[in-house]
Design a protein. Sequence first.
Lengths: 110, 371
Amino acid sequence: MQFTVETTPAYAEVNGSGRLNMVAAPLLREVVAAVVAEGNHHVVVNMEGTEFMDSSGLGALIGCLKIARQAGGDLRIANVQPQVKMVLELTSMHRVLNPYESVDAAFPHA
Amino acid sequence: MPAVPNNRRAVIVEDNADIRRLLVQIVSEQGFTVAEAETGRDGLELIRAGGADLITLDLNLPDLDGIEVCRQVRAFSDAYILMITARVEEVDRLSGLETGADDYISKPFSPRELQARIGALFRRPRSQPVDAVPGADQERAAEVQRSLLPGEPLRVQDYDMAGRCRPTRNVGGDFFDWCATDKGLQLTVADAMGKGMGAALIAATVRAVLRSSNRHADLNQAFAAASQALEWDLAQSSSFVTIFHARLDAGSGTVDYVDAGHGLGLHLYDGGLRRLPSGGPPVGAVPGSIWAAGSLLLAPGDSLLVLSDGLLDAFDSVDAAMDAVAGVATVRESPEEVCDAVLELAGTAVADDVTAVMLRRCPPEHTEGAQ
């Protein structure tokens, strides 16, 4: 799984396509930690191309959320695919990691 | 001569008979027990069958490319791999290292140089790859996991129960547990994040903490105490665990439960199936969470069925999985048969653990012993 980052004045968008699993999870953490360390405290993970997420992938998202919040910002997710949505709902994590319909909708007033 | 500990096994994979003999001799002198193979496939078989601490691998093999052999070895072994190559181009050297080889040496080489390289390899500390669970760790994790499962079902009058857990080769963190209480029993199904030894150890901790929590008469209080005890450990390992934890009052048929991000507690009644609402996130995911207990009444013939999410991998949606589970549960008689059928639904293609635990309140004809 490869990640790309685009920054706008309002937020940084992290894009990842493929399977967010045990292999990809540490990479996502590293990417988001670097983005936040550069001063982008508002992060959107665009999950349009993330077809699958397992518990390690969910763990990475939770870890990234903590990183952003500790820096005084937030992390939100957008364009969530059906399997990822299922994992979020099953674990009740959709209340904490609420999926947004689009990247723009994630930080509308930022 | 560089010191290499005894009782180490080396596998030499080299198609040229003269060079192979030379390699066997050099490596034997360093104290290795040596096996040799002429082709990549034979080499892989030797390594799979007997393991290896050191592998010397020729890049130009008659069947598989040496790089491909290296890649395949890395899927299951963290042996030191020394590539031996006549191709001196930089690209080959790089790709040899990227596939997981530890070092390379170009032909022609001197015996002294080869021994020095091997000695240097074994002085290096071995770091664990993050994306692979080494074979020995997997086996230990599997043992830990098996040892967590209860042996025999509890005998509680008017109730039947069964539990099945099918761990995958990449051991996950699934487990189930039950123990007797004054009023009936308590039952737990949990799934720790990730795979391997780490997940199995977290599962072991969760089991112990929940077992000891039954000294609290109130379930909310018991779960709050248990989750508080676990949160610190889970935060240290950046991990979390989904838990379905229930207590049965056998006399009334009341089941009080806490669902922490598990989401797969099911009430089976009269051929119908209802998913029990979850009370909050997994333990460890959101520090400071509080979970509200839910309750259901098992009428005679009703069951509580708790699954793990491994089953869902075989279906397109939770609803499709629930339909299939309801289908098998209505035509099977005993909890054992239902649990077996649920594991069969998951099939063998599912890469996650699959767990099913069922507690059934016997239908009236059973309890009265009539017919």
